[in-house]
Ligand binder design. Structure first.
Ligand code: BGC
Length: 578
């Protein structure tokens, strides 16, 4: 493992410049939820100017790329995932010129930029949907969406029993009596992907952004585009929020036909120089089904959400990791790790839960004001989980604020809740706002440095101690932990192609595996998943750890419970932990 100085790079050098392997195979990609990252104009909502101002921070953190959640014109019925125009920028966030400037500045700093593409549905304010409403039944305008006649004597019943993931029926009736499908909110009508005009339109939208220089796309609900053309009822097992188990016979989740779309998209991106990539958001249970999205002529990567679902428990995590590595290897794709994002409870809070074993997330089952939590334990585990994730072969996503150890804000006042799930569930589910609270940059000031005014969601006073200012340069802080881990990881990541994880035996309740760096060094990651300390193998150096090591009964160093460490070990040492 080279010393940090040996991996120091000039500001414009992409962090993967030492590698001849495609960057997305091992990149660390930072997710920017634009509304909550940094507010450049003081309106309380994050924007492109805010992101530009924080590029030095991201470069310094050591990530390779950013993924920016939707920044398109939108009525914000679903935080921007209701897109009214795929070729422009929402005025709240800036202008196309701001986007061009952001791309140029990010590239100048050696950071790649991925944007979000939302192909399942548009906003109901999109000009195509407005035209569909105006043109009436049977028109070519209506054929871009999924309009159907209803059931019942006068068509007064929805065409089938499909439920929307945000609650209520997935069909909405329009004044002329027809119904349209929306798998999410009624303001998000589903496109008809059987219509070649829709296929051509999205390929053109991809080219619009590829021409502007984006390095890739995160594909929103990538597994939902194709629907069973018989539109059968699904029966009582209906959908739960973001739990599309799917498979080839489900009427809309993960149908085999969806892959045609991505074979087309791959051809579009491959016509461009510079290793452009896709990452699929596809909540599919089976690792084998997920791997199909990353076959050689389809998408390069797909989030492995089974890692998110796994409880903080050694055997579960190990088998989840193994399954993902094995299934992605069958198609020659890298695994893609993620712990948190803007849809799920942050892992510092998931792992703090005292009412579930190890805080594995079952989507839709969110933490509320009454959930019993041990925040200190959650943070310890979250830090250990980060070292686990960042040591694994493949690419990894860091959700804004996890590098600060942010938890969910579980007690947002009801009047502040903005997620459509809150309204659509009849105020029974609080939704996803708790993980979307604006980032604290400074220890004080309005919105803790997020902007100059009140933020769109209130931040708790505890955010002061979790701010960038409070953690920067402070030994032992979560920010410095991430920074050091990313610095060390560069040597692991560039060796990606040659080094799968190599499990070592270790005591029950712990995990231990070895990676080999490009320079031939052996690095061992040891994770303690219970409160029991774990003995360590002989090592030359602690590269990074979540805390101080303790001393065991025999005087040798041990890893304390619920923590993790990366060790540089002698190449020829016996690695198995006693
Ligand atoms: C996005 C969500 C969004 C939904 C509908 C998801 O998977 O990540 O934030 O609400 O798609 O677009």
């Amino acid at each position: 493992m080279p010393s940090p100085d040996a991996t120091a790079l000039t500001d414009a050098t992409p962090l993967h410049s030492r590698s001849d392997v495609a960057w997305w195979r091992s990149a660390v990609i930072y997710q920017i939820y634009i509304r909550s990252f940094a507010d450049g104009d003081g309106d309380g909502i994050g924007d492109l100017a805010g992101i530009r101002s924080r590029l030095p921070y991201l470069r310094d953190l050591g990530v390779d790329a950013v993924w920016i959640t939707p920044f398109y014109p939108s009525p914000m019925a679903d935080g921007g995932y209701d897109v009214a125009d795929y070729r422009d920028i929402e005025p709240l966030f800036g202008t196309l010129a701001d986007a061009d400037a952001l791309l140029a500045e990010a590239h100048d700093r050696g950071l790649r930029v991925i944007v979000d593409i939302v192909p399942n549905h548009s906003s109901d304010q999109h000009e195509w949907f407005q035209a569909a409403l105006a043109a009436g039944p049977g028109s070519p305008e209506r054929a871009r969406y999924i309009f159907r006649d209803g059931k019942g004597e006068n068509g007064e019943l929805p065409p089938n029993d499909w439920q929307a993931t945000f609650g209520g029926p997935a069909w909405e009736r329009v004044p002329d009596g027809q119904w349209y499908l929306h798998l999410f909110a009624p303001e998000q009508p589903d496109f008809d992907w059987e219509n070649p005009e829709v296929v051509a339109e999205f390929e053109d939208v991809l080219r619009f952004w590829l021409d502007r220089g984006v390095d890739g796309f995160r594909i929103d609900v990538a597994n939902s585009l194709k629907k069973d053309q018989d539109f059968p009822d699904v029966g009582p097992e209906a959908e739960e929020v973001l739990v599309p188990h799917g498979g080839p016979t489900h009427p809309f989740w993960d149908r085999d036909e969806v892959h045609e779309v991505y074979r087309g998209w791959r051809k579009v991106a491959d016509a461009y120089a510079g290793d452009r990539m896709f990452v699929a958001e596809a909540w599919v249970d089976s690792p084998e089904r997920l791997a199909r999205y990353t076959r050689p002529d389809e998408l390069q990567t797909a989030f492995n959400f089974n890692f998110v679902r796994a409880a903080w428990e050694a055997d579960t995590l190990r088998s989840t990791i193994d399954e993902c590595l094995a299934s992605s290897a069958t198609v020659g794709a890298p695994s893609t790790w993620v712990l948190s994002n803007h849809d799920i409870t942050r892992h510092a809070t998931r792992y703090a839960r005292l009412d579930t074993t190890g805080g594995g997330v079952s989507e839709g089952d969110r933490v509320g004001p009454d959930t019993p939590l041990d925040p200190a334990l959650g943070l310890r585990r979250a830090r250990a989980a980060a070292l686990l994730m960042l040591a694994l072969p493949g690419s990894a996503y860091v959700y804004q604020g996890e590098e600060l150890g942010l938890p969910d804000v579980v007690d947002l006042p009801e009047e502040a809740l903005a997620d459509p799930i809150w309204e659509r569930s009849g105020h029974t589910e609080r939704g996803r706002d708790g993980c979307r609270v604006p980032i604290p940059w400074t220890v004080d000031g309005p919105s803790f440095g997020f902007g100059s005014g009140a933020p769109w969601l209130p931040q708790p006073p505890s955010f002061a101690d979790l701010s960038v200012q409070a953690e920067q340069g402070v030994e032992g802080s979560t920010l410095e932990l991430y920074r050091r881990a990313l610095e060390c990881r560069r040597a692991l990541a560039v060796a990606e192609a040659a080094t799968p994880a190599d499990w070592l035996s270790s005591p029950e309740g712990s995990l231990s595996f070895r990676r080999t760096t490009v320079d031939g060094d052996s690095v061992v990651c040891v994770v303690a998943l219970t409160s029991d300390p774990v003995p360590l193998p002989a090592y030359d150096e602690v590269l990074v750890g979540t805390g101080e090591l303790a001393t065991g009964a025999d005087g040798a160093p041990v890893l304390p419970g619920d923590s993790a460490v990366w060790l540089r070990v002698p190449g020829n040492s016996t690695l198995n932990i006693p």
